[in-house]
Design a protein around this ligand. Structure first.
Ligand code: PAF
Length: 282
C-alpha cells in the first residue's frame, strides 16, 4: 500500500486538488477530528471504493466546541493517524493548522436553521454552526465529488446534507453505517475517556436502544413508552445521566407523536464526565 502524503498547507492542498481535477480523477473526502478508529476506517474504505483518490482531514475544530467542552483534552496523535491512513491506502491526509484555518480576523460562518435547534443543538450552543462552517471550508479547499459521514453523528449528517442542498453545493454527501464495538458500544474517539467501570455503564446505551427497537418491532409505537423503557435501562447503571432521548423523523428530525419505520431514536448520555451520543434507526 502506498504511503499517505501528509499535507499541512491549505495552498499546497489546493494545488494538488487542481492537478487531480485536471487529470479527471474523482475525489472522496472523509472529514475527521483524528484519533482514528474503525468507524473512520469504514468511511475511508467506502470512499476508496467509490473514488479514484481519497483525502482524510484531521482537524480538531475549535469553533464547534463550547466553552466548557473538551477541546483542550480531545485526543490527538497525528503520527498514529498517518500510519492508519497509510495502512488503509488513503492518498492524502490533510492536517491544516488552526492559525491557517481561522486567522485572527476570521469572520464568516454558516448557519443551518430548522434542524440545529433540537437534540445536540439544544445543548451545544454554536456546535452545528462550527461544524457547518468547517465542513464548508473543507469542501471549498478539497472540491470533493463525494464526502462520507458516519451515522453515529446522525444530526450532523442531516445538517450537512441540508447545507449542501440549500447552498447548491456540488458534492454528494453519503451517510455510512454506525460502527459498534463487539459489545455494542458505538465507536467514538471519546470512548478513550472512559474508565473500565464507566465503560461498563456506557454499554447500557446500546442495550437500551436495541431493546427499544425490539419493542417497536413487537408493536409499541408510543414514543413516551419507548423513551421510558430506555431511561429505565440506562438509569439502572451507575454514573449515567441522560441529557436527552428523542424519537424523530429520520429526514426532518421533527419529534414524532407515533413512532414509525424510518424514524430514529437519538440519545445523549453523560457517563461520568464523558458525553456520549448514539442512535438507532427504526
Ligand atoms: O464528526 C466530526 O468528527 C466533526 O464534527 C467533523 C465533521 C470532522 C467537523 O469538524
Amino acid at each position: 500500500m502506498g504511503k499517505t502524503k501528509l499535507i499541512t498547507s491549505i495552498d499546497e492542498m489546493k494545488e494538488i486538488v487542481k492537478d487531480l481535477k485536471l487529470e479527471g480523477l474523482s475525489i472522496g473526502f472523509v472529514p475527521t477530528m483524528g484519533y482514528l478508529h474503525d468507524g473512520h476506517i469504514s468511511l475511508m474504505n467506502c470512499s476508496k471504493k467509490d473514488n479514484d483518490i481519497t483525502v482524510v482531514s484531521v482537524f480538531v475544530n475549535p469553533i464547534q466546541f463550547g466553552k466548557n467542552e473538551d477541546y483542550e483534552k480531545y485526543p490527538r496523535d497525528i503520527e498514529r493517524d498517518l500510519e492508519i491512513c497509510s495502512n488503509v491506502g488513503v492518498d492524502y491526509l490533510f492536517h491544516p493548522s488552526q492559525k491557517e484555518m481561522y486567522p485572527e480576523d476570521y469572520s464568516t460562518f454558516v448557519v443551518v436553521e430548522g434542524i440545529t435547534e433540537i437534540l445536540c443543538g439544544a445543548y451545544r450552543e454554536g456546535h452545528f454552526k462550527g461544524v457547518a462552517t468547517v465542513v464548508n471550508k473543507f469542501f471549498n479547499i478539497l472540491k470533493p465529488n463525494r464526502a462520507y459521514f458516519g451515522k453515529k453523528d446522525y444530526q450532523q449528517l442531516k445538517v450537512i446534507q441540508r447545507m449542501v442542498r440549500d447552498l447548491n453545493m456540488d458534492v454528494e454527501v453519503i451517510g455510512c453505517p454506525l460502527i459498534r464495538e463487539k459489545d455494542g458500544l458505538a465507536m467514538s474517539s471519546r470512548n478513550k475517556y472512559l474508565s473500565p467501570e464507566e465503560r461498563k455503564s456506557a454499554l447500557s446505551i446500546s442495550k437500551a436502544l436495541f431493546e427499544a427497537k425490539r419493542r417497536f418491532e413487537e408493536g409499541e409505537t408510543n414514543p413516551e413508552a419507548l423513551k421510558k423503557l430506555i431511561r429505565d435501562i440506562i438509569s439502572s447503571y451507575p454514573n449515567t445521566k441522560i441529557q436527552y432521548v428523542e424519537i424523530v423523523d429520520g429526514e426532518t428530525l421533527k419529534f414524532k407523536e407515533k413512532a414509525e419505520k424510518g424514524d430514529v431514536i437519538a440519545i445523549a448520555v453523560f457517563v461520568g464526565d464523558t458525553r456520549l451520543i448514539d442512535n438507532i434507526e427504526l
